[in-house]
Design a protein around this ligand. Structure first.
Ligand code: 13P
Ligand code: 13P
Ligand code: MG
Ligand code: MG
Ligand code: MG
Length: 364
């Protein structure tokens, strides 16, 4: 009897600006999902927010990419958008890119990370949520979690992990995928995942038994909409313990504030700061980018939790360093490497400026 964990998220309006979510949106989503649990579609759910993104964490037996589950999420976002409009929240309905649901939320704006599993006797699961960044932000932490023995001791000393992990990497520009078996394919894989704007780690599998260890959302809003519509603000689900990294090994990569793209107007590099949910409210220069993590023990599909995993003084140094890195980068203002290279900015006045200056350029 397989269990599906689905995390589906969307920005349906910010409070205030892009910094957080209004509690009414959480209430509306909770009402919708309670009704779905009552009628048996869901086993359990948890609603939360990371920055201005509404997060629906669902368990059910419908499998991944299920139309009923995706429709439930879509309808919940549409209901929430109505409330966001009433309250004049910022960018109400921002991530809902189409007017009508067409069978699946993929390609319609919301972010999705889903995995179907056979629930273990004890099933610790960690749900990561980021704001003010995009899908590739998970590449480096996923690499460290599942392939770096200086992060994950189990790769060396745990019999169920010593064979390593298999990574499924997507080329989101050419729409193709490849499997890398680590450790032997490590150097080949790094060639690609080091460019997270194009190559993203979608799934990780245990090589001991083939089971799924992690899944991330890889939607790119700007590729879907053809214009800037906010950052993708990705999510990821990771299973822990036994043949997978221990909970503490899964969290360890977030000890350092990795520099990722996102932040103000989706057009800057900034440090990813690991925070408890109550601090996942990016306000300085609309950032710096945040990552929050909720932990659950799953019991016959029920979500026993959440535990707010970064609500631990052991991550205070990570946050302090993130603020220091933020200061160093902010000083550069509109200069690279704080601002993204011209071609990669989500937001640009370049065409207008070029047009205005057309007659003023002279040949050298
Ligand atoms: P415990 O002895 O607390 O169960 O810890 C085991 C472990 O693997 C920690 O990473
Ligand atoms: P969001 O994708 O979180 O809405 O961020 C948009 C933005 O432009 C922040 O400055
Ligand atoms: Mg927003
Ligand atoms: Mg957001
Ligand atoms: Mg966004």
């Amino acid at each position: 009897n397989k269990l599906t964990i689905s995390v589906i998220k969307a920005d349906i309006g910010g409070w205030v600006g892009h910094s957080a979510i209004h509690p009414r949106l959480v209430e509306v989503a909770t009402e919708e999902l309670s009704a779905a649990r009552k009628r048996g579609l869901l086993i359990d759910f948890h609603v939360t927010a990371c920055g201005d993104d509404l997060q629906l964490i669902l368990t059910h037996r419908q499998g991944v990419d299920n139309e009923q589950i995706h429709k439930l999420a879509w309808d919940t976002f549409v209901k929430g958008t109505a409330v966001a409009k009433e309250l004049h929240l910022y960018g109400a309905g921002q991530d809902l890119l189409s007017d009508a649901f067409s069978g699946n939320v993929r390609g319609q704006g919301p972010g999705v990370a889903e995995m179907e599993i056979v629930e273990r006797t004890s099933e610790p699961v960690l749900v990561f949520m980021a704001d003010k960044t995009s899908a590739g932000a998970w590449n480096l932490p996923l690499f460290k979690m599942f392939a770096d023995p200086f992060t994950t001791a189990g790769l060396v000393i745990a019999p169920g992990m010593h064979q390593g992990f298999r990574f499924e990497v997507h080329d989101i520009r050419e729409h193709k995928k490849i499997l890398f078996d680590c450790p032997e394919d490590l150097y080949d894989m790094l060639m690609f995942i080091g460019t997270p704007g194009r190559f993203t780690i979608k799934h990780v599998f245990s090589r001991a038994d083939g089971t799924i260890a992690a899944v991330s959302s890889t939607e790119r809003l700007s590729l879907l909409a053809g214009k800037y519509v906010g950052k993708d603000d990705p999510v990821m689900v990771v299973r822990a313990q036994q043949n997978f990294p221990a909970v503490g090994e899964v969290l360890e990569p977030f000890r350092y504030p990795w520099i990722i793209e996102g932040w103000m107007r989706g057009s800057h590099y900034g440090p990813l700061m690991a925070v408890p949910i109550k601090q996942a409210t990016p306000s300085r220069f609309d950032g710096p980018p945040r990552v929050a993590c909720l932990g659950f023990q799953i019991a016959d599909g029920r979500l026993i939790g959440p535990r707010d995993m970064f609500d631990d003084p052991a991550f205070e140094e990570a946050r302090r360093e993130a603020n220091q890195v933020a200061d160093v980068l902010r000083r550069h203002g509109p200069f690279e490497p704080h601002r993204l290279p011209l071609e990669e900015m989500e937001y640009t006045t370049l065409p207008q400026v070029m047009k205005k200056l057309e007659g003023r350029w002279e040949k050298l």
